[in-house]
Write a protein that binds this ligand. Structure first.
Ligand code: ARG
Length: 463
């Protein structure tokens, strides 16, 4: 709405209010009201510090701190009227504080600017998201560990190029995602540690002439230390970009797993049955049970990585220090955080609920000549054949089995000897999928024993 009186927060030099379009493009209150709690927390810490430094009286600070709690409860109970004319959460809160406590409210903005204020609020908000993602990851990892432990020795086909490659174990496949999510966890923790510095007191860009105690506000807000350069502090959004890039990689992992669940739950594979709780039906085809949750998780990486790219583009080329461009940071991060949390929770639910169809997995594990590599390895070990030659001999046997329409294990010993006369009955022992996976005892390999070693390692790490 157009307004002919100038802004009560900064309107001293203005004769007229902004055009309606100016107000619409300028206002961020529509989204940054999500940082109300962080804004009030930061302001309460600032007021306490100003009083401790003798910049405000104790009475003034007490009135401000009390009044801010009233504002917070109004916002939390939905009894707060947000105003677009007041642009953003910072000015909305301050204006309401003025109505509640009067004159002292005008002293709150001493020795700070909206530039260090928004940088502080947003860091607090993003820090909470890092913590929430950490919890979401831990919950999903634990659900995967339960699946892995359950099926440490269930055999299933391992794929390359989505073509049957070698038998692996269900537990091994689950643990592959534990590794990926474990790296996400370590990226979350690493980035959170790096971002935990407090910009408050950097003021507009140059610091302040008031004798403030930045260590006090930093500690009060749970930061490790104050930021060391005021120009950088008010214009840095690395913490948001790191959140988005960590979120993008994590969402990419979830997307890969989601794609596998879509394939595995199809009528052609039937490797897993997803629960009704995480599936939907079709309004026209009564037989359908669709893996919508998995499909949506698969898609989320698109918007999350989109947010990452968008904020990179907003930040590139910005001169020091603050520019209003940076107001465009929040919606991207809010949306990415909401959707990553949703994706993590939905994946956790699906993993907890899903049941592996062990017989189908085993049948598929044995098809497609999946133990051909075991046969070649046997030739190397038993006949001392160079691997290249063994590969060739095995290929000939695969072609023979294929033409007979049978598996490798169904070839007679005469058939085998016709290709290479040193092959003995002993070869059949390596052609079963159970023996194939059991033999993959190398560290990090798919044998149930190795899988159990890794499950235990993760349990110890997470304990
Ligand atoms: N709403 C603004 C933002 O999100 C707050 C900072 C405004 N600073 C300024 N100098 N206009 O970035």
């Amino acid at each position: 709405m157009s307004n002919n009186s100038s802004n009560q927060m900064w309107g001293g030099r203005f004769a007229a209010g902004p055009d309606a379009i100016m107000e619409a493009i300028n206002a961020s209150i529509g989204f940054d009201k999500r940082m109300a709690e962080q804004d009030i927390r930061g302001s309460r810490a600032h007021a306490a510090m100003l009083a401790a430094q003798g910049i405000l009286t104790d009475n003034e600070a007490a009135a401000i701190r009390e009044g801010l709690l009233t504002v917070l409860s109004e916002i939390q109970s939905g009894n707060f009227e947000f105003s677009t004319a007041l642009e953003d959460i910072h000015m909305n809160v301050e204006a309401r504080l003025k109505e509640i406590v009067g004159e002292p409210a005008g002293r709150l903005h001493t020795a700070r600017s909206r530039n260090d204020q928004v940088a502080t609020d947003f860091r607090l908000w993003v820090r909470d998201q890092f913590d929430a993602v950490e919890q979401g990851l831990l919950a999903l990892i634990n659900a995967l560990l339960v699946q892995a432990e359950h099926g440490a020795d269930w055999v299933m086909p391992g794929f390359t190029h989505l073509q049957t490659a070698q038998p692996v174990t269900w537990g091994h496949h689950m643990m592959a995602y534990v590794e990926m999510l474990g790296r996400d966890l370590s990226r979350v923790r690493d980035a959170r540690k790096r971002m935990n510095e407090c910009p408050l007191g950097s003021a507009a860009l140059a610091g302040t002439s008031f004798d403030i105690d930045r260590h006090m506000t930093s500690a009060d807000l749970g930061f490790d230390r104050p930021t060391a350069n005021s120009l950088d502090a008010v214009s840095d959004r690395d913490f948001a970009l790191e959140f988005l890039s960590v979120a993008s990689i994590c969402a990419m992992h979830l997307s890969r797993f989601a794609e596998e669940l879509v394939i595995w739950s199809s009528a052609q594979f039937r490797f897993v049955t997803l629960s009704d709780r995480f599936s939907t039906g079709s309004s026209i085809m009564p037989q359908k049970k669709n893996p919508d949750a998995a499909e949506l998780i698969r898609a989320k990486v698109g918007r999350i990585f989109g947010a990452n790219v968008a904020l990179m583009m907003v930040m590139k080329g910005l001169p020091l220090a603050y520019s209003k461009d940076m107001q465009e940071d929040k919606e991207q991060v809010f949306d990415a955080a909401d959707n990553l949390m949703l994706a993590l929770a939905a994946m956790e639910g699906m993993v907890k609920d899903m049941s592996a169809n062990v017989d189908n997995l085993a049948a598929a594990a044995g098809s497609g000549f999946s133990t051909a590599t075991d046969l070649a390895d046997w030739l190397v070990r038993a006949v001392n054949m160079p691997f290249r030659t063994a590969h060739h001999v095995t290929g000939t046997l695969v072609a023979m089995a294929e033409s007979k329409g049978c598996d490798l294990a169904d070839l007679s010993i005469e058939d085998m000897k016709s290709v290479h006369d040193e092959i003995t009955e002993d070869v059949y022992s390596v052609l079963t999928v159970e023996n194939s996976v059991k033999s993959r005892m190398s560290y990090g390999g798919t044998s149930p024993a190795q899988v159990r070693v890794q499950i235990q390692r993760w349990k110890d790490v997470l304990a």
